[in-house]
Design a protein around this ligand. Structure first.
Ligand SMILES: [Zn+2]
Length: 136
């Protein structure tokens, strides 16, 4: 028990940050594993590749509200706008990737980049939330 005056709303906000990081991580592993699988196990790779977009839609449908709420609560608490701006950029990149804005081939790179940016935003958000108890 290091710190203690963390309110329960703080805990649930941090939990949302963790869920968002986890979802981004799942996407990263998934996006990075597919090209490797396509080479190593073409059958399994193409099976996953076919369902690639639907998996991303699933992640974004779950991840978008989780990220938005976590970043919003964080911003209200620590007053630092950076995580919100970075997180919004990450989400936009992921959505652009999933909607094939950069073409079919651009989906993976845009989504991977967006997921990394989103993870950074949530890590910053958690750090700010944990160090900035004075706000609120
Ligand atoms: Zn992915």
């Amino acid at each position: 028990m290091v710190c203690c005056a963390v309110r329960s709303s703080d805990h649930s906000a941090l939990k949302l940050d963790r869920i968002a990081i986890l979802l981004s991580g799942i996407c990263l592993v998934h996006c990075l594993a597919i090209p490797i699988l396509l080479i190593a196990l073409p059958a399994l790779g193409s099976l996953l590749f076919d369902s690639h977009s639907s998996f991303h839609w699933f992640l974004i449908v779950f991840g978008f509200p989780v990220s938005a709420v976590a970043l919003w609560i964080g911003w209200r608490r620590h007053g630092e706008l950076r995580p919100v701006v970075i997180g919004a950029a990450g989400l936009v990149l992921m959505v652009l990737g999933i909607t094939h804005w950069f073409g079919d081939a651009g989906e993976i790179s845009a989504t991977v980049f967006g997921a990394v940016v989103l993870m950074i935003a949530h890590i910053l958000n958690m750090r700010q939330s944990m160090s900035g108890h004075h706000a609120g």
